[in-house]
Design a protein around this ligand. Structure first.
Ligand code: PRP
Length: 184
């Protein structure tokens, strides 16, 4: 169970607020350059991508629009189920749009592989991915990711949008949890 002081449940800080910040600034500059003159739609995948969407979009100087999807891939545990279901769909028509899917993490890759195919089938001009974190050792399917914040080890991580049982999303850094949190 999460304690009253979430910080005390953290075993190890993997990525500090400063590291996340400077990487996002670099990615935003790359996006500005790559999409110059394009009508770009940022699609955030709820709920984990809220932090990266807010911070990344504020660093992009280009005009962009934003929309949101919610899909399910996890239960309340720590492993991907492989089951993808749309819980909330986009409001936007994707026909002819350049879409950049913004995600907090790519774990098995199952969610994004399904999502990208789904969005492409709606007639988007292009569909690319920006993910803050990626776990190469957890990949079950290949996902072509245009912008990656950090490759991280195959450990369960929380913070910066990522949860354990809906807790810890608001931590400004990414870290691992003490084993006592899982066992209590
Ligand atoms: C997380 C994350 C991705 C997905 C990645 O979402 O935000 O959408 O899992 O896992 P995968 O690569 O193994 O498919 P989650 O389903 O936990 O929902 P949340 O964003 O609401 O926490």
């Amino acid at each position: 169970m999460a304690s009253a002081a979430p910080e005390s449940d953290i075993e190890h800080v993997l990525l500090t607020e400063q590291q996340l910040d400077s990487r996002l600034t670099a990615i935003a500059a790359q996006i500005d350059a790559d999409y110059a003159g394009c009508d770009l739609l940022l699609v955030g995948v709820l709920k984990g991508a809220v932090m990266v969407m807010a911070d990344l979009s504020r660093r992009i100087t280009h005009p962009v629009t934003m929309d949101w999807m919610a899909v399910s891939s996890y239960g309340s545990g720590t492993k991907s189920s492989g089951v993808v279901r749309i819980l909330k769909d986009l409001d936007s028509d994707l026909h002819g749009r350049h879409v950049l899917v913004v995600e907090d993490i790519i774990d098995s890759g199952l969610t994004l592989s399904w999502l990208v195919a789904n969005l492409r089938s709606r007639g988007a001009a292009s569909v690319e991915i920006a993910a803050m974190l990626r776990k190469p050792d957890a990949a079950k399917v290949e996902v072509d990711v245009r912008y990656v914040g950090f490759d991280i080890p195959n450990e369960f991580v929380v913070g910066y949008g990522l949860d354990y049982d809906e807790h810890y999303r608001n931590l400004p850094y990414v870290g691992t949890l003490k084993s006592s949190v899982y066992s209590s």
